[in-house]
Design a binder for this molecule. Structure first.
Ligand SMILES: C[S@@+](CC[C@H](N)C(=O)[O-])C[C@H]1O[C@@H](n2cnc3c(N)ncnc32)[C@H](O)[C@@H]1O
Length: 264
């Protein structure tokens, strides 16, 4: 494929997205003639190379793209394996919330591995990321199991609670697994906000606690009597090669904490 035809294909995908009524407001004022961002290029790679309804292949395609161009997804190492283990251990009908959806990689991973009747709610503040993540989830056939909500937690907390209440009628709204992967300086305050809304999660997994680091969050959750057994699972930063790690680049970790068993 030459550069011109690739670019025509890119445009067609973007135009298709822009016509979708549920995403239209996101593209208001958007200039379709400007060069594609890395994230849009990634979407093109997924939509052109992966058949619909194949989430594992979508994840593999995003990983391939991430190894070539670096993306800030969770990536395909130790941290990802731990998150998959946590989500698979949840009960049927679990509620999973993530802060920081980006292009929908971890939302796809969580929705694919969550037990039946579970829901994933991903909060993402960047409109174009929301459009891409929503498209990735729909292409993977996961739109019934995962939703991306636009904004910050402060803006979305009431809506989130209402969505959980509606999706799981007859039981008090709750969060079984919270995945923190947005602005590192907001981990602590957003965690406090979630608890204040009466949604103290049973399990919390926080990415990037070593690099770039979230020291306020680490101290806060370690001192929180409602949480126990905090452990950091160390792995490399996403899409960093063994050679780079060997010279000291770049260690990271996923911190997992559990609400104490006798808490309601
Ligand atoms: C590291 S990426 C998330 C990666 C994603 N969880 C994955 O593994 O595929 C961080 C994302 O958080 C979003 N973000 C940053 N601050 C935010 C906030 N306060 N509320 C919601 N999203 C935020 C950014 O726009 C970005 O898309």
């Amino acid at each position: 494929m030459d550069a011109d035809s690739a670019s025509a294909e890119d445009r067609e995908i973007l135009h298709k997205l822009m016509r979708r009524s549920d995403l239209r407001s996101i593209f208001d004022g958007y200039d379709p003639a400007r060069p594609l961002s890395k994230e849009e290029e990634m979407l093109r790679a997924v939509l052109t190379n992966v058949p619909a309804g194949e989430p594992e292949r979508t994840l593999a395609a995003i990983d391939r793209f991430g190894w070539e161009h670096w993306m800030m997804n969770l990536g395909d190492g130790v941290k990802r394996d731990k998150l998959v283990e946590l989500v698979r251990a949840l009960p049927e009908g679990a509620v999973v919330v993530e802060l920081g959806g980006y292009v929908g990689y971890s939302a796809t991973l969580l929705a694919t591995n969550a037990p039946s009747k579970s829901k994933v709610y991903s909060i993402e503040k960047h409109p174009l990321c929301l459009a891409i993540a929503t498209t990735v989830l729909a292409h993977s056939g996961l739109q019934h199991k995962a939703n991306v909500l636009l904004g910050t937690l402060t803006e979305q907390i009431d809506n989130l609670k209402e969505r959980i209440r509606k999706d799981f009628p007859g039981r008090a709204p709750r969060i079984d697994l919270l995945f923190l992967d947005h602005a590192k300086e907001a981990y602590a305050s957003d965690f406090v906000r979630i608890k204040a809304a009466g949604l103290a999660p049973r399990v919390v997994a926080a990415d990037n606690v070593i690099y770039p680091g979230a020291p306020d969050y680490i101290s806060m959750i370690r001192a929180d009597p409602q949480y126990e057994r905090s452990e950091i699972f160390k792995g490399a930063l996403e899409y960093v090669s063994a050679e780079e790690r060997a010279v000291g680049l770049i260690e990271d970790g996923l911190m997992v904490s559990y609400r104490v068993a006798n808490e309601p």
